[in-house]
Unconditional design. Structure first.
Length: 254
């Protein structure tokens, strides 16, 4: 049984088809969705999160139709980070990360010692503990992004859906996030949209999209996935093995 799946999903936005008959089964591990701008990557992630209802097709979470899950139970099992994640007002970083516990506590139950420990662990994982008492709105873009990722981690959901989680992060923190996802993927299903193809190739699996469809999917070291990756980007990049890892390089050959 897949942790999260969709079958025959179709979506149109403003009368324009965005997703065309997309089917995908996601298992524990780290999966990255890649492709050129406008091919439906973020739309697919929103459908998987239950934030966008498809015109056709179905989404299943842990063997049960996503629409059949009560909202609170679904929020306990599926955590979401938007591409432009925000938290308004003068909430501190710790306050924001505490929001990740709401699906478990509800609005009126105060957090207990276990919840505080989970919040501490989430902030430590994204290296934002040092400024946990600062208002989120006074942070840099990268600092804010790390706090919002910590909020998603604090849910302790079986499935994490993250749209461009490396936005605003400098290279050291991008590397730290990749390592974090690789650790989480041992026990959770982590699904992210990434534009940085070299980072994407560090995931367990890639889903390559083109024109609202899945052009290829498979392991990060699958030559067919590499060929599809180069093709959907009009061969402007090439996949190259460097030691035990794969990276993308700009293809500057005539």
């Amino acid at each position: 049984m897949s942790a999260l799946s969709c079958d025959g999903v179709r979506v149109s936005l403003g009368g324009t088809p965005v997703l065309n008959d997309v089917s995908l089964a996601l298992q524990p591990g780290w999966t990255v969705i890649v492709g050129p701008n406008g091919v439906g990557k973020s739309t697919l992630l929103r459908v998987l999160a239950g934030l966008l209802r498809p015109a056709a097709g179905s989404v299943t979470l842990q063997g049960r139709a996503l629409a059949d899950w009560p909202a609170r139970e679904r929020a306990q099992r599926l955590a979401w980070l938007a591409q432009q994640g925000e938290a308004r007002g003068e909430l501190t970083v710790r306050d924001v990360v505490h929001l990740g516990r709401l699906p478990h506590l509800g609005l009126f139950t105060p957090p207990g010692p276990d919840d505080e420990a989970i919040v501490d662990d989430a902030m430590a994982s994204t290296e934002c503990s040092a400024w946990q008492h600062r208002p989120l709105q006074r942070l840099s873009g990268g600092e804010r992004q790390r706090a919002l990722i910590a909020r998603a981690l604090a849910v302790q959901a079986a499935v994490l859906l993250l749209d461009e989680p490396t936005t605003h992060l400098d290279p050291p923190h991008q590397v730290a996030l990749v390592r974090l996802f690789q650790r989480l993927a041992r026990t959770q299903t982590v699904v992210s949209v990434l534009h940085d193809l070299s980072l994407a190739l560090q995931a367990d699996r890639l889903v390559v999209m083109q024109h609202g469809r899945i052009a290829a999917e498979g392991a990060h070291d699958d030559p067919r996935v590499h060929a599809a990756l180069e093709s959907v980007f009009d061969h402007a990049v090439r996949v190259q093995r460097v030691g035990e890892r794969f990276l993308t390089l700009p293809n500057l050959d005539d």
